[in-house]
Write a protein that binds this ligand. Structure first.
Ligand code: GDP
Length: 294
């Protein structure tokens, strides 16, 4: 992933190769190239501009050490700025509570159900008893999908296929978890193909009534700028705690990872890099910046 962006950034830095020192002119030229590479990778224009303005400012303010070429210095500064813009520090999921309630939101197809299974697997490895609650009241196939996943990973699934009240199902699921010593519940919700009022109303009601410990927004990184817009709309209604970026194994241009944190100002907590249950990683901004720069 990010091959395209890495390649373009690499080319941008090459414009500095052979120049002995950092000057305003060569920094400006390279910064422009970096900005273009970021925009080509689907990074929001304003974010790309903010990053490159910062890079320019930093580069000109720093003394170039004899041992470091201007190109190397600019790579370092770019990495630092990308790390900062993606949140700086790793942010963990909050699972304090008995049980801790994790509400999963996002559009249909974004990878919510797959992520719910992955999170349950991740928590199981830490020895936490987890219950998955199937709250997609529109698609019986979604309930079946979660049940199959539950069987595969050895995590119990609570479902009421005949019930059309998501809040009621979740509340009863939480009661069930308490009675059965489960320390975390993961509430997998219904999504739609595009943002609509009914979905927003339903997920908002779930949030108000369940008072979750953690509300996560799952988004397909392949959707580029749309991912950022969808994140904004969900956050305005839900005020979620963190983002899960999925499908980072695909042919994504990676821009979403850089833009979302800056635009929505909520941390990315997990990245999903495949369909298998093990394909889940915590999000480390510095590692991601390194990966982007190749
Ligand atoms: P939901 O509708 O939001 O619950 O989405 P699903 O969990 O059903 O995922 C939709 C499709 O994307 C399924 O075919 C998943 O196998 C696939 N998927 C989910 N996460 C990833 C990922 O990180 N990488 C890839 N390549 N596919 C994924």
């Amino acid at each position: 992933m990010f091959d395209n962006l890495s390649y373009k950034l690499d080319r941008a830095f090459k414009t500095l190769k052979g120049t002995g020192k950092i000057t305003e002119i060569n920094v400006a030229t390279t910064a422009k190239e970096i900005r273009r590479a970021l925009i080509d990778a689907d990074v929001n224009y304003k974010v790309a501009k903010d990053v490159t303005d910062k890079i320019k400012e930093e580069a000109l303010g720093r003394d170039v050490l004899i041992s470091v070429s201007p190109g190397q210095l600019l790579v370092k500064i770019t990495q630092e700025e990308l790390t900062k813009i993606m949140g700086g520090e790793k942010k963990d999921i909050n699972i304090q509570g008995d049980p801790a309630v994790v509400l999963i939101s996002g559009l249909q197809g974004s990878g919510k159900t797959t992520f719910s299974g992955k999170l349950a697997t991740y928590l199981k490895k830490q020895g936490r008893q987890t219950l998955l609650i199937a709250c997609d009241i529109y698609r019986p196939a979604a309930i079946e999908q979660l049940k199959t996943l539950g069987e595969q990973i050895g995590v119990e699934v609570y479902a009421e296929p005949e019930n059309k009240n998501a809040v009621e199902i979740a509340q009863r699921g939480i009661e069930y978890a308490k009675r059965n010593g489960k320390k975390t519940v993961i509430v997998d919700t219904a999504g739609r193909l595009a943002v609509d009022e009914q979905m927003m109303k339903e997920i908002s009601e779930l949030k108000e009534n369940l008072n979750p410990t953690e509300t996560l927004f799952v988004v397909d990184s392949m959707t580029g700028q749309d991912a950022v817009n969808t994140a904004k709309t969900f956050d305005e209604r839900l005020d979620f705690d963190g983002v899960v970026l999925t499908k980072l194994d695909g042919d994504t241009r990676g821009g979403a990872a850089i833009s979302i944190r800056h635009v929505v100002n909520k941390p990315i907590k997990f990245i999903s890099t495949g369909e298998k249950m093990e394909n889940l990683d915590l999000f480390y901004p510095d590692r991601m910046a390194q990966r982007i720069l190749g």
